[in-house]
Ligand binder design. Structure first.
Ligand code: ZN
Length: 233
């Protein structure tokens, strides 16, 4: 085999999903899993182990096992306390946009919040310098605000969201309760993530939206922990 193909396949191997055993562990990197129920990508980083579906079930039966999507963070759960500190920084920056990041340390197995130094900032755009990181650190969660505007993924966001990370955008920061959108970014593939700052449309769908904030918050924390995955308070 051509050595270039060997190198490419070592960088992104393809494995068949075991039908009777368990999926073998992997080092940090990316691999493709061909399963009876579709084709999946698995990405492992210091802070992330995720399996995401790439294709539906193939049109012929394959003699392999089935795979479920997975999203697990080495730091456990998303730290709402750190993100609330970022929201406060976003409010202090009004009317402009603000950028920040949650950075994961392999040594401490924890996240820290870093503000991103703005290079060019306005109420509609922020260009920023990625914060300095130690050798054992990785940018895990990319955060920015849309100031008083709505949280959504702009064309700039889609262009900027490269590589592998969680991205979060906050808007309506002049309201008592901001709104947000979160997504998993895997090499150009975007997957929405549930979070505790739902859009107005999402909030209107919930019967408990009128409850007083403290109680609502506790209910939502419980609800999201059970239903929507890894967030804490
Ligand atoms: Zn944006």
């Amino acid at each position: 085999m051509d050595t270039r193909d060997l190198a490419l396949q070592a960088a992104c191997p393809v494995i068949a999903a075991p039908r009777f055993g368990s999926l073998p562990d992997m080092e940090n990197g990316q691999r493709i899993i061909v399963a009876a129920n579709g084709c999946f990508v698995q990405v492992k980083l210091d802070w992330l182990d995720c399996i995401q579906r790439l294709t539906p079930s193939p049109p012929i039966p394959l003699p392999y096992g089935y795979i479920d999507e997975r999203l697990a963070f080495a730091f456990g759960v998303m730290p709402i306390r750190l993100i609330e500190v970022f929201i406060e920084a976003g409010r202090r920056g009004l009317p402009n946009e603000v950028a920040g990041a949650l950075i994961y340390s392999r040594r401490t197995r924890a996240l820290r919040l870093a503000r991103c130094e703005p290079l060019d900032v306005s109420p509609h755009r922020v260009r920023y310098r990625v914060p300095a990181m130690d050798a054992d650190e990785t940018l895990a969660v990319d955060l920015h605000t849309h100031g008083r505007g709505a949280p959504f993924w702009s064309q700039d966001d889609d262009r900027d969201d490269q590589g592998i990370k969680v991205a979060g955008v906050f808007g309506y920061l002049h309201h008592p309760r901001p709104r947000a959108a979160f997504r998993l970014v895997v090499n150009g593939m975007f997957r929405p993530l549930a979070h505790p700052w739902p859009s107005e449309a999402e909030a209107e769908c919930r019967p408990d939206a009128e409850l007083e904030p403290g109680l609502l918050r506790r209910i939502l924390s419980f609800y999201y922990a059970r239903r929507c995955g890894p967030w804490n308070t």
